[in-house]
Ligand binder design. Structure first.
Ligand code: OAD
Length: 255
């Protein structure tokens, strides 16, 4: 019944915004931040993903990111990423995928789905609000590069450096206390403000401004559909709540 209501909303929608969080990648094997297994050596993401933590102990921060990169590199998109990529290709221009994830799995699903049908993947590529874990950025100049090989965080001397100026390089992700890319955030806000439906999948809804995008959609009159096994601060704004996992729900919901 709940699934049917959500399907009806999606079918009638002219524009759909999709907002995802770590839960959409959980069934690929990527640990979420706040659930069981979310801590690394007893640290929370908020202890490590900050400019202050990196300034104090770049080796420890890089060790965490090196661990997550190796783990994510072995993960593949799951049925939820695939269903979203197919939806965005089928309804090109009407669907915007916005993600807080830095794992690149939405992009990988977009490429795979587009290759399957010899189409362009562009319409299924996500707005990555928090950047990419497979990018390096210089801490001094504006050098940015994609980087997938493993990182040796065993000593300060082996940590990545900028290929242009030699300064210390950092992960290409947004940390707590930093601003999101203005253009990406504006595009995400616009997509949510004009969406008839906002499909919110696998986010705890506690990290802003990303979490607030669901409320932007609701305040503008869009219907929020939440897919999450647990209640979140966004649940009260949802017209339909599906208490189930992303990979179990999205293929049927979006078929
Ligand atoms: P969280 O780890 O805070 O929340 C994950 C959510 O996914 C929870 O609400 C779970 O109930 C839900 N969940 C778990 N398994 C699921 C499944 N199989 N299907 C659907 N939902 C599932 O992750 P985010 O909300 O993404 O930021 O966290 C937001 C930001 O905080 C991240 O982008 C990261 C983090 O610190 C930065 O690093 C800046």
């Amino acid at each position: 019944m709940v699934l049917e209501s959500a399907r009806a909303l999606l079918l009638a929608a002219r524009r759909i915004a999709v907002l995802t969080g770590a839960g959409v990648s959980a069934e690929s094997g990527v640990p979420t931040f706040r659930g069981a297994g979310g801590l690394w050596k007893g640290f929370r993401a908020e202890d490590l993903a900050t400019p202050g933590a990196f300034a104090r102990d770049p080796r420890a921060v890089w060790e965490w990111y090196a661990w997550r990169r190796t783990l994510i590199d072995a993960c593949r998109p799951n049925a939820a990423h695939e269903a979203l990529a197919r939806l965005a290709l089928d309804r090109a221009g009407a669907v915007t995928i916005i993600t807080q994830n830095v794992d690149g799995l939405h992009g990988a699903a977009a490429h795979a789905a587009a290759t399957e049908r010899a189409a362009e993947s562009m319409s299924a590529m996500p707005l990555e609000l928090h950047g990419s874990i497979f990018e390096l950025r210089c801490t001094r100049c504006d050098w940015v590069a994609e980087h997938r090989s493993s990182i040796d965080a065993s000593s300060d001397a082996t940590l990545p450096r900028c290929a242009r100026c030699g300064a210390r390089a950092r992960p290409g992700v947004v940390w707590f206390g930093e601003s999101l890319d203005e253009r990406r955030l504006a595009a995400a806000r616009e997509a949510c403000a004009t969406a008839d439906v906002a499909l919110v999948v696998g986010t705890s809804g506690v990290v802003h401004p990303a979490a607030g995008l669901a409320l932007v959609a609701a305040l503008a009159g869009g219907a929020v559909i939440e897919v999450n096994p647990d209640e979140t601060p966004l649940s009260h704004a949802a017209a339909v709540v599906i208490r189930a996992s992303a990979a179990a729900t999205l293929p049927a919901l979006l078929a």
